[in-house]
Design a protein around this ligand. Structure first.
Ligand SMILES: C[S@@+](CC[C@H](N)C(=O)[O-])C[C@H]1O[C@@H](n2cnc3c(N)ncnc32)[C@H](O)[C@@H]1O
Length: 283
């Protein structure tokens, strides 16, 4: 096992091979999106070749992780045709027996894609998620908001025959089977699976601009606070500018990063040091 709060240089597939099963609590990352960027390493895989490259690395992430594996991914659109690689990756993982969870959307407010002359603006990216079954730890209200309605409003559901029923007093108190704990704690509502993040501008560390495609600190905050216990370990196998490390540090989680480029290893070390200095200022 590598020491925690460290960045390792290498291909994550090779690095992870030597790690034991279930040694981290959360995996959060975004790999290269097909040949959208070459990252100075001539990365140029696309279509099924990209899916095959991603598949083996995703499966290795599942092996080393006790909890959630969350990969932010996007396909490419060329000549009016979407490559569908996030969906193809999910299909291959599903067929191989992986427990996929319904993918949340990373909804980017600020710099969405144009969508082209005839299509809708591209506001979101998929977060491909897998677990080994029920999560050993999660706090799905960590990023929830105060309820709109008093006591979450009138609680009702549909029967198998489609008729709407109001919940009984005991269901109301204990939560409906198959529904979330939000019903048991009426002050906070489950935030839902569209994760709204302001991107671009000066929201995040300036150091993030030194990676070609950083994700937002607010996205990392959402996933880490919801799915990594305090003092647990978050792994980012494609750490880039170190967004995951900085945010894990900020919220009292341990972290490990991997990147194939020495430049990004240096950058994310610098970013985690920057975060530690900021925290020291406020402590
Ligand atoms: C989309 S960027 C990650 C950005 C990161 N989430 C951030 O916020 O800065 C993808 C990163 O994966 C790295 N990478 C590409 N292939 C890799 C591999 N096989 N193993 C580890 N890192 C790799 C690239 O060097 C690049 O920094």
């Amino acid at each position: 096992m590598p020491p925690e709060n460290t960045i390792i240089c290498g291909d994550c597939l090779e690095v992870l091979k030597d790690w034991p099963d279930n040694c981290v609590d959360l995996v959060l990352c975004s790999p290269p999106y097909e040949d959208a960027r070459t990252y100075g390493i001539d990365f140029n895989l696309k279509g099924q070749e990209w899916v095959d490259w991603a598949f083996v690395r995703f499966v290795e992430c599942i092996r080393v992780c006790k909890g959630l594996v969350a990969w932010v991914v996007e396909g490419k659109t060329k000549k009016y045709r979407w490559s569908a690689t996030p969906a193809l990756l999910m299909a291959d993982l599903h067929r191989a027996g992986v427990y996929l969870r319904k993918p949340p959307a990373y909804y980017r407010i600020g710099i969405p894609g144009s969508g082209g002359p005839d299509w809708l603006r591209n506001d979101y990216e998929f977060i491909v998620c897998a677990t080994k079954g029920k999560l050993p730890w999660s706090d799905n209200l960590a990023m929830g908001e105060p309820c709109k309605w008093k006591e979450c409003g009138e609680m009702s559901y549909r029967d198998k025959d489609g008729r709407r029923k109001n919940a009984s007093e005991s269901e109301r108190r204990s939560g409906l089977k198959g529904h979330t704990v939000a019903y048991q704690n009426p002050k906070i509502a489950n935030p839902g699976n569209i994760i709204k993040c302001r991107v671009g501008g000066n929201n995040d560390s300036r150091l993030s601009f030194e990676n070609e495609a950083p994700f937002a600190e607010s996205l990392a905050e959402f996933i880490i606070r919801s799915f990594c216990p305090i003092d647990g370990v978050t792994l980012d196998p494609f750490i880039g500018s170190g967004t995951t490390a900085a945010v894990a540090e900020r919220f009292g989680r341990r972290w490990i990063g991997i990147d194939i480029r020495e430049s990004q290893v240096e950058l994310s070390r610098k970013r985690s040091e920057e975060e530690k200095s900021k925290m020291a200022l406020f402590s």
